[in-house]
Write a protein that binds this ligand. Structure first.
Ligand code: M6R
Length: 614
């Protein structure tokens, strides 16, 4: 969950590192720190709180700058977010600094070992133990890369580590297992980071560091080896977005910007992938589908990505007539699920680094399933581990609350479902063309929904003191209800639940009391008249018990009007496009309610953008 960055080159490193941390702060924001190799040795500054607290510290107590350094923004696992537990951690009498992202599971055993060797641990973290272990091995050889190699071979768990030592100016060594690490290759300067966002303003040339590899950077070189010491040639790639894409650009928050980017994100995800006959071009994934005898599709995902997968699973079953289920990655891998060579496992992850999903994908690979990843981040671990990848082209998503990634995941999975239907022949050409034409219309309809913000803002202000909000939906509206509720919980810290509307009478209706706010996602009366009638009945049932109903319904849906306190209108669209529209006001609502309560929109408490620990 933490963000890490390392730099070697001609520029004063403090500015480069702090700018890098600014772009990585979404990964964790409970403390931050930096170590710079200056003329008088290694200088360290670290501070609990958001990055601003570190910047203030550096303003008041400047560090002697240098051209080699590492920096870290933390999401606490072991030890509270305090100054002492913030990274970097020092060892070798303050000459060696280390930063870590992940969890070292056997740290207690290693702690006893390094303490027996004379190390004094000043923090409660697992990470500091690794610093002392590197220092111990360094004392044997005087070689930092060797010392890190010996250390990582002793560690259990997930980690990306960066180390610098004052006896080696111009050198930063990194290693990774189950946590992300990429190299930015510059001209006379090189970078290491959790994510390309940290260095994209300096270079778009990047190298992927694979599982269990160690990388050493100097201003003029990058060398990579495996944990066993074998030389490795890393895979280069070019970052396909500009630094400006990860900037707020005048918006009040990244979330506001990213909500507004949803039509474009969906358009970019669909672009060039749909042929006039309704067939789809999914690159290698087409071949993979063609060669695989798919008898079942299992989606793996967490949080918002799982809701996108639920909608996708409905489409796979409806169009390709292949049984499809969605599994929360963290539940899946610990319940001995049955998988075989006929199972297509589709992981859905914006970051491509979510540990639970990564581990579930690895489990699926072990069980001979064929894996496809739906991912938004180039070169991410899950994408690389999977047999095929279908990238969403949403651009960098910085706000912790996922928005444009969600809608582009739905679009990408629809393409996958069409690809599967192409193979099974379960849709006629005319049916495929109709679905494709509907999807291509989606961005235009989504742009209309962006206009709902003002009304939602007013509603959020009068609801700022509310203690509970319920969300109801049916069919593809059900995952949208879940998504609306998740957004309210994570952003506004308000109790919220999403329900399948049909489930109401099986228990949840007992929650309805006068004044209870309920958002209802209403199916189209034209497209899904039966479901529409049932949801209108649900609305009447809750209204009769005093609920305040906010309906998200198709424009002109007269049946809803008499029973809803508020109606947010959607342009007429197909049932498959409707969730892409209905979710936009719910994204706004979470954001506006958080804003009405004066909360931090982009960095909600206790959360981090990529959950890279289990
Ligand atoms: O990077 P991923 O898509 O794998 O992340 C999955 C979830 O952690 C993520 O969607 C989370 O639920 C968001 N904060 C929701 O807004």
């Amino acid at each position: 969950m933490c963000g890490i960055v390392g730099y070697v080159g001609p520029s004063p490193s403090l500015a480069v590192l702090v700018a890098g941390l600014t772009r990585l702060e979404y990964r964790g924001y409970d403390s931050a720190g930096v170590a710079v190799l200056g003329p008088d040795g290694l200088g360290v500054a670290k501070k609990a709180g958001k990055l601003g607290a570190l910047v203030d510290l550096l303003d008041h107590s400047p560090l002697a700058d240098g051209t080699t350094g590492i920096a870290h923004t933390r999401w606490a696992t072991h030890g509270a977010p305090t100054d002492e537990n913030a990274h970097p951690h020092l060892a070798d009498s303050g000459k060696l600094a280390l930063i870590h992202n992940g969890i070292i599971e056997n740290y207690l055993e290693l702690k006893h070992e390094v303490e027996a060797l004379g190390a004094v641990c000043l923090s409660e973290t697992d990470s500091e133990v690794a610093a002392h272990l590197v220092a111990h091995h360094y004392s044997e050889s005087g070689n930092l890369t060797d010392a890190l190699q010996k250390t990582v071979n002793r560690l259990d768990g997930a980690f990306t580590l960066l180390v610098t030592h004052q006896d080696h100016p111009g050198v930063v060594v990194g290693a990774r297992r189950n946590s992300p690490l990429v190299v930015g290759v510059g001209d006379g300067e090189n970078f290491l980071a959790s994510d390309v966002a940290a260095f994209v303003e300096h270079t778009k040339t990047a190298l992927s560091i694979d599982q269990d590899q160690i990388v050493t950077i100097t201003p003029d070189g990058v060398t990579v080896q495996s944990f066993s010491g074998e030389p490795v040639t890393p895979t280069p790639f070019t970052v396909d977005w500009d630094a400006s894409a990860a900037e707020k650009g005048g918006w009040s928050s990244f979330m506001a910007k990213e909500i507004s980017e949803q039509p474009e994100a969906v358009e970019n995800t669909l672009r060039g992938r749909i042929h006039p006959d309704g067939s789809v071009d999914l690159g290698d994934v087409n071949t993979l589908i063609a060669e695989h005898d798919t008898k079942r599709v299992v989606f793996l995902a967490c949080g918002t990505a799982a809701y996108a997968a639920m909608i996708g699973a409905y489409a796979v079953e409806a169009w390709a007539k292949i049984p499809a289920t969605v599994e929360l990655s963290h539940e899946f891998r610990y319940r001995e699920p049955y998988l075989d060579g006929h199972t297509l496992v589709v992981s859905v992850s914006q970051s491509g680094e979510t540990m639970d999903t990564l581990m579930a994908v690895k489990y699926a690979i072990e069980k001979q399933a064929t894996t496809v990843s739906v991912c938004n981040t180039q070169g991410a671990t899950i994408a690389r581990e999977s047999a095929g990848v279908l990238y969403t082209h949403a651009g960098p998503e910085v706000a912790v609350a996922s928005t444009k990634a969600f809608t582009s995941q739905i679009a990408a999975i629809y393409l996958l479902a069409l690809g599967l239907a192409q193979k099974t022949g379960t849709l006629s050409v005319a049916e495929r063309q109709e679905i494709a034409a509907d999807l291509l219309q989606a961005p235009t309809h989504m742009a209309t929904m962006l206009q709902s913000d003002e009304r939602i803002q007013e509603m959020a202000h009068w609801m700022a003191d509310t203690r509970s909000v319920l969300y109801l939906g049916r069919h593809v509206g059900y995952p949208i209800a879940l998504e609306g509720a998740l957004k309210l919980k994570e952003l506004a810290y308000i109790h919220a639940e999403g329900f399948a509307a049909g489930e109401l009478k099986h228990g949840p209706i007992a929650l309805i009391e006068p004044g209870q706010i309920v958002f209802v996602v209403v199916p189209s009366p034209r497209e899904a008249p039966t479901l529409h009638n049932k949801v209108v009945s649900n609305i009447q049932e809750i209204r009769a018990r005093g609920a305040r109903v906010i309906a998200i319904a198709e424009k002109g849906d007269a049946a809803v009007l008499p029973f809803a306190d508020e109606v947010i209108a959607m342009p007429p669209a197909s049932s498959w496009v409707a969730p892409l529209l209905a979710v936009i006001p719910l994204h706004y609502f979470g954001m506006e309610l958080a804003s009405a309560k004066g909360l931090d929109i982009d960095q909600p408490r206790n959360l981090a953008k990529s959950v890279t620990v289990e």
